[in-house]
Design a protein around this ligand. Structure first.
Ligand SMILES: [Zn+2]
Ligand SMILES: [Zn+2]
Length: 391
């Protein structure tokens, strides 16, 4: 086994150091210029890897084996979020208002770690390994779609993704077979009435009251129309109406938010029901509603069961049985890793990064602080997969 020949401690230190450098320089979706340069330079310093930049930001590394075999791809995402970091460390974000609050810095650092090792074993490779450092995961339409459409990944036989999870014990790999994440849709609703003097509401058509009613009515869709054995989320995240004055009723109100569903049927039902509920609830207040869904939203990841079994074996081989588990519950997050399903089967896993005896704020929180000791487990898991599949 490769396992016995790798200097894991030094590698773990490298991964933590790469992650901290990226953590200091977080960049928003589709503007990851510093990150791209950093990844390009680091990846190019490893032997045998062809480094490509098929999109304006993001990097792809290709390690071609000398012997024929399958092509496997590992995907990391590279973008950060518009969050003002509250952690005070020596490697806190240097860009005010931008933070790696979803752990994509760690995903990229772990994948650099994997590439740094596997690039030394080209002569034993039966097939090819592609390292994807994908831009723009956090913002629709996402960077995966353009990579799929570019054709650069057409030869890939299977895709593997790994994401940090602060709710899971540090170092544990967790996989959900089949539906693993949610369909993520975003909506925008405009409710139109007629503005006027706030002392004479009978001469106006008040969109604020209609909007308030719509927010409540939308919640009845999940409660009353969705089979209790299925699940769904409708979250109104913003409601804008009026401009802060108290003398005037506004002409319109706007709401926006997101839905999460796990099957195509429920996804379609929710969209139809939202149109209906918004239209008729608004109508009952003499208003009109215009409901729009973003056309670029993400579909659910459907993990291939056979790949999941291979991944479980790989994790157990390198980490031991205690550090792997299957789960029955999909996550309600949206992930554009699902785009790669258009090319080949996929397996998306979670890596636990819960710090022992701390609160462990969730992903996207300004205090998100993963346990760095877990990162080497992510590296080991991916190297184990490569050894199993193409070595
Ligand atoms: Zn995220
Ligand atoms: Zn993420």
């Amino acid at each position: 086994m490769l396992k016995a020949h790798i200097a894991w401690e030094g590698l773990a230190q490298n991964v933590i150091e790469w992650r901290r450098q990226m953590h200091r320089h977080p960049e928003l979706s589709h503007t990851e210029y510093w990150t791209t340069q950093f990844l390009y330079k680091t990846l190019s310093s490893f032997p045998n890897i062809d480094v490509l930049t098929p999109a304006p930001t993001g990097v792809i590394g290709i390690l071609k084996g000398n012997l024929p075999g399958k092509t496997i791809a590992f995907r990391a995402d590279i973008d950060a979020l518009p969050v003002l970091e509250k952690n005070e460390t020596t490697y806190s974000s240097e860009y005010a208002g931008v933070m790696h609050a979803c752990g994509h810095d760690a995903h990229s650092a772990m994948l650099l770690g994997v590439a740094s090792i596997l690039s030394e074993y080209q002569d034993q490779l039966k097939g090819n390994i592609i390292f994807i450092f994908q831009r723009g995961e956090e913002m629709s339409p996402g960077g995966a779609k353009e990579l799929v459409e570019s054709g650069v990944l057409d030869q890939v036989d299977m895709f593997f993704g790994l994401h940090l999870l602060p709710a899971l014990e540090s170092g544990v790999i967790q996989i959900k077979k089949g539906i693993a994440t949610a369909n993520r849709d975003t909506f925008n609703i405009k409710i139109s009435g007629k503005g006027g003097h706030s002392s004479m509401p009978h001469l106006s058509i008040d969109p604020t009251v209609a909007a308030a009613d719509v927010v409540m009515a939308l919640q009845t869709i999940v409660a009353r129309e969705i089979d209790p054995r299925d699940s769904a989320v409708i979250s109104v995240c913003s409601l804008l109406s009026g401009d802060g004055t108290t003398a005037r009723l506004p002409d319109e109100a706007t709401l926006c938010g997101t839905t999460r569903t796990f099957t195509a049927d429920v996804r379609a039902h929710i969209k139809e029901a939202m149109e209906r509920v918004c239209t008729y609830t608004s109508k009952s207040h003499r208003c009109t509603a215009d409901v729009k869904f973003d056309e670029w939203d993400y579909s659910a990841i459907i993990n291939d069961p056979d790949l999941c079994d291979l991944a479980a074996q790989a994790a157990k081989d390198y980490l031991g049985d205690a550090f792997f588990c299957f789960t029955e519950s999909p996550m309600s997050v949206g992930e554009d890793f699902s785009e790669y399903q258009a090319i080949a089967p996929v397996c998306f896993a979670w890596l636990g990064v819960a710090q022992p005896s701390t609160e462990n704020p969730p992903l996207h929180n300004a205090c998100f602080a993963p346990d760095e000791a877990a990162f080497i487990h992510g590296v080991k898991y991916s190297i184990a997969l490569a050894e199993m599949l193409v070595m």
